[in-house]
Each structure stands twice: as C-alpha cells, then as structure tokens.
Design a protein around this ligand. Structure first.
Ligand SMILES: Nc1nc2c(ncn2[C@@H]2O[C@H](COP(=O)(O)OP(=O)(O)OP(=O)(O)O)[C@@H](O)[C@H]2O)c(=O)[nH]1
Ligand SMILES: [Mg+2]
Ligand SMILES: [Zn+2]
Length: 308
C-alpha cells in the first residue's frame, strides 16, 4: 500500500505524489466509483490517497482509498446549477490574488473568497498584483485596501510579477505551507508562481484588453512543490463564486470584524440591517467598520450572484 497526495486531477486520471517524491499516474480502482452527489470532483488536488501499483508498472497506479480531509474549499460549478467543485483539500492557507485593473477584481469577489476560507477555518491572505500598472492615486487606494484587510486579519501585500515587486514577501508567505492560490482569470496567479519558481515555467497568457476579462490559461488545478515543505496549488481563474454549505443567518460570523462585536447587538438574531440597538450599524456609522465589507455582507445575505 502506497500513500500519496493528489497533485493534479483531470477527472479521469490523477497525478499522485508519493511520500518519497515519486509522481504516479493513477486511475480510480473499479470499486472506488465515488457516488457522492453534488460534487463534480470527488477526489481533488490535495487529497491524501492510498494506491496500488498496476501489475508490473512502477509509475501507474490505481487509487484504492481516499483518506479523511482536514479541510477543503468548494465553489459552485459555473455550468451545472447544483453541482459544486472542490478547489483543493488539506490546505494550510488561501491566497486571494486580485488586481485593480486588467482585470478588475471587485471587493465583493475578494470578500466572498474570504468568507469561504473563514467558513472552512482556513487562514487567508490578500495579494494585489499588477502594481506596475497603477497610477500614484490608484496605488494609494490599494494601500488603503491592503491596510484594511490586514487590520481585519487577512494580511495583505502589493506585488508586481512583471516588475518583481513584493516577490520576496510573497515567497515568505508561502514558506513551509500548502497554499491555495485563487482569484479571477488573468490576475497573475501563474505569473507570481513563475516569479518565485522560474523552473516551473507555468503557462501564462496575455488577456484580452477588449473585455478586460481573461480567458483561462491554467485549465486544471495543480499542486507544485517549491521546497521540501512548501507547496502551492495554482488554479484556473474563477469567474463566479457561489457560497454553499452556509446558513444564511450565519454569514456575519464569517466576517471577523463583525463577529467581534455582534454579541453587543440588542437582539441575538440581529440581521444588522435595520434593528434598533445594532452594534454593527452603529460601528459603521462611527466609521469603525469598513463600509465595503458591510456592503459585501449585504450582497451575500441577499444572495446576489457575484458576476462583477
Ligand atoms: N503588467 C503586469 N502584467 C502581469 C503581472 N502579472 C501577470 N501579468 C500578465 O497578466 C496576464 C495573465 O497572467 P497569468 O499569470 O496567466 O494569470 P492567471 O491568474 O494565472 O490566469 P488563469 O490561469 O487564466 O486563471 C499575462 O499576460 C501576464 O504576463 C503584473 O504584475 N503586471
Ligand atoms: Mg494561471
Ligand atoms: Zn446587529
């Protein structure tokens, strides 16, 4: 019995990195036809599995068992309404990569990813890439955003993969951890990885400036080893992020800055929208809570689909 971690999954075959570092191409063992409903990929990157080598083969195997997950991040499938897709399992931290331009990442989108991480108890970072494209004024704005997220508890840095700005900091964030990189298509996830590990030579692509919307360049999530204990999962850009497995009236619990004071609301089931004695509305009024985060909260409670 060999144990390993899934480093890539196309749905029909899997790359599994074993404990001694060998990479084995695997299929699922016949009896392991996973019938878990609602998930397009029952085995995801980061999953710990057991495998058997195929007769007479040293680099081909059959996955015979999947071990329990410590955690995972899931998103709603874009095409199939009720299907969900596991972005990755068993990760230490989520790195949200955003850019202010080409493409523009909305704060609502960033906050959705953060809520997702929060709901799975996974620490998260926010990285604003493509700083080289920003004017002085825009840079000041990104500084304010980075400061805001850092204060809330999501350490935030500003980078440029092309101008090699903040690359050392990026590398330090990843050190010794397994990190999931996520964000819209074209924000520079693969480029940032290339900036610290040129040997990987991940494909990156010019995005169409017409619509400012990237076409996916990375097509499958894949885990790469950067050093002995450092792994990153590069993922295809996300267009839309649905929240699932979350009780609506709990959403404020996934905003740490709201969670910290919501016990001071007059009503324990306060929706923080119109109730008298709402500690959150008061804090917003007094400028003690960031308005943009509160707006994201409202849009999530209202179930707005976040295509911005
Ligand atoms: N000006 C500038 N361009 C960048 C920067 N980082 C990446 N790019 C460019 O942005 C485009 C998209 O970069 P990718 O690294 O492919 O983006 P991605 O997030 O991996 O995209 P998907 O794989 O589709 O999700 C490429 O043309 C990169 O050269 C940056 O810091 N500054
Ligand atoms: Mg990519
Ligand atoms: Zn309230």
């Amino acid at each position: 019995m060999i144990r390993g971690v899934v480093s890539k999954s196309t749905g029909s075959w899997y790359k599994v990195r074993t404990e001694n570092g060998t990479v084995i191409d695997c299929r699922l063992k016949g009896k392991l036809k996973l019938t878990k409903t609602g998930v397009t990929n029952p085995i995801a990157v980061g999953d710990k599995v057991e495998l058997e080598l195929e007769e007479g083969q040293s680099l081909n195997g059959l996955i015979s068992n999947i071990l329990d997950r410590d955690n995972y991040i899931i998103r709603k499938s874009v095409h199939k309404n009720h299907q969900a897709h596991i972005l990755a399992a068993n990760i230490d931290q989520l790195i949200v990569i955003a850019s202010l331009t080409l493409p523009r990442t909305s704060l609502g989108f960033i906050d959705r990813l953060l809520v997702s991480a929060e709901s799975y108890g996974i620490p998260a970072w926010v990285i604003f890439n493509k700083a080289d494209l920003l004017s002085e004024e825009e840079l000041e704005y990104v500084d304010i955003l980075a400061e805001m997220y850092s204060t809330i508890g999501y350490p935030s840095i500003i980078t440029s993969a092309s101008a090699r700005l903040g690359i050392k900091e990026f590398q330090n964030i990843l050190e010794g951890k397994t990190s999931l990189l996520s964000g819209h298509s074209g924000v520079g996830k693969s480029s940032l990885v290339n900036a610290i590990a040129p040997g990987l030579d991940l494909s990156t692509r010019e995005i169409s400036t017409f619509a400012n919307k990237g076409k996916h360049t990375t097509t499958y999530a894949e885990m790469f080893q950067l050093s002995e204990n450092t792994f990153i999962v590069d993922t295809p850009g996300i267009k839309e992020l649905g929240l699932i497995e979350m009780e609506e009236d709990n959403i404020s619990n996934y905003f740490p800055e709201m969670r910290a004071i919501s016990s001071q609301c007059k009503f324990h089931n306060c929706s923080h929208r119109h109730e008298p004695g709402c500690a959150i509305l008061k804090a917003i009024d007094e400028g003690k809570l960031p308005l943009t985060r509160y707006e994201s909260y409202l849009s999530m409670v209202d179930g707005d689909d976040n295509r911005r």
